[in-house]
Design a protein around this ligand. Structure first.
Ligand SMILES: NC(=O)C1=CN([C@@H]2O[C@H](COP(=O)(O)OP(=O)(O)OC[C@H]3O[C@@H](n4cnc5c(N)ncnc54)[C@H](OP(=O)(O)O)[C@@H]3O)[C@@H](O)[C@H]2O)C=CC1
Ligand SMILES: CC(C)(CO)C(=O)C(=O)O
Length: 340
């Protein structure tokens, strides 16, 4: 049986690893001591908004805080936040088998490259998780929105496909993953707006001013991507460049037309909202900051995403980050924003 290692047992790692283990795979979780204690006490309970559920008793979970536990793995799924990638990569470099396949299931664009640099000669692939996972209680994780994991295709992945299938994942493979990563990043531009709102995603997205903030950030990113010749993949029924117009619609019309976008657990927040609330470093530099870097490479500017990045960095420094109203955030971002 293939040995799989989850490197960074948090929301995504516990969801992916828990389902793989429930499907019969031999999974080792590597994570922090506190998470290990919770899994030892409660085991893992995974629920899905479509009603499916999976559970693993504590004795069925192999958990370690030590990177050495990845030494036997043939497949390593990296699920740390982007700010932890450099350290995870350095730790893995000391232990990973030369034949191991490493997949970054992280948001952002550059994590797989960071892993590749630290792990020369290994097969390192970029992945993308489109759905939201909410931690409901110790050891209890809920998939709160739709989608299946997507991954850069490689022949090295073939021996592991059956494990994903047995876990109930319809893994989507792509020869060119970059358009998929950028399409996800365009969605993730909402992470900052959501974190600053202090509201669950459903309530935030129900308010036109917050949606207008997101539309500004997305329009700016889409203009830059067009200049760079990158066409974001289509992750939703509407192509990415139509979404800003949808977001700008009045609330009642948006609620009718975007029913699927709002079909999300009423308590779900973005992973950046969780980080900000917990006083952790956010992934802002790997999401909105990536748009700013793209602008710089093109000799342009990205004032909306630069401002969001600065505001989130300010919030990271505060014990109780202030909540922004949609109106106040929109006024802040409109200065210098490109007109649609
Ligand atoms: N949560 C979600 O709904 C979604 C998240 N994503 C993306 O998936 C990735 C993972 O996110 P998420 O699961 O929310 O993150 P979490 O913070 O929930 O989980 C990551 C876990 O890994 C731990 N960790 C970090 N570095 C190490 C290390 N070197 N060794 C062992 N453990 C480590 C972290 O501990 P510590 O906090 O102490 O560093 C944390 O417990 C991110 O890129 C995120 O953007 C994508 C789609 C949805
Ligand atoms: C699933 C989604 C888009 C939810 O906001 C996410 O990727 C995140 O929270 O980081």
């Amino acid at each position: 049986m293939a040995r799989i290692c989850i490197y960074g047992a948090g929301a995504i790692g516990c969801h992916l690893g828990g389902r793989l283990a429930a499907g019969g795979a031999n999974v080792a979780f590597i994570g922090r001591r506190g998470v290990g204690e919770q899994l030892r006490q409660h085991g893992l309970t995974l629920t899905h908004y479509d009603g499916r559920n999976w559970s693993l008793p504590p004795e069925a979970i192999a958990f370690s805080t030590e990177p050495a536990a990845a030494a036997a793995a043939e497949l390593i799924l990296v699920t740390v936040k982007s700010g932890g990638t450099a350290q995870a990569a350095a730790e893995l470099a000391g232990v990973v088998q030369p034949s191991a396949v490493v997949v970054s299931f992280q948001n952002g664009i550059g994590n797989a490259d960071a892993l590749r640099t630290a792990l020369p000669g290994r097969s390192v692939l970029a992945g993308m998780v489109p759905f939201n996972v909410v931690k409901r209680a110790p050891g209890a994780f809920h998939q709160a929105s739709e989608g299946e994991p997507e991954v850069e295709d490689s022949s090295t992945l073939v021996p592991h496909l059956a494990d994903f299938a047995r876990a109930g994942f319809a893994l989507r493979r792509h020869r060119d993953i970059l358009p998929v990563q950028w399409a996800k990043l365009i969605f993730n531009l909402n992470n900052a707006v959501n974190a600053l709102s202090g509201l669950p995603l459903q309530q935030e997205l129900a308010q036109r001013d917050y949606r207008r903030c997101l539309a500004l950030a997305q329009t700016e990113a889409l203009m830059l991507l067009a200049q760079a010749g990158i066409r974001p993949a289509r992750l939703t029924p509407l192509p990415a460049h139509w979404i800003p117009a949808l977001l700008r619609l009045p609330d009642a019309l948006f609620a009718r037309l975007a029913r699927k976008m709002l079909a999300i657990d009423p308590l779900a927040r973005s992973s950046m909202a969780d980080d900000l609330a917990a006083g952790r470093r956010t992934e802002i530099d790997w999401i909105n900051g990536e748009v700013v870097s793209l602008a710089q490479r093109l000799g342009q500017q990205a004032p909306v995403n630069a401002r969001l990045t600065a505001i989130v960095h300010m919030a990271e420094k505060q014990k109780a980050p202030p909540r922004w109203s949609g109106e106040a955030l929109l006024a802040e971002l409109r200065e210098g924003a490109p007109q649609p």
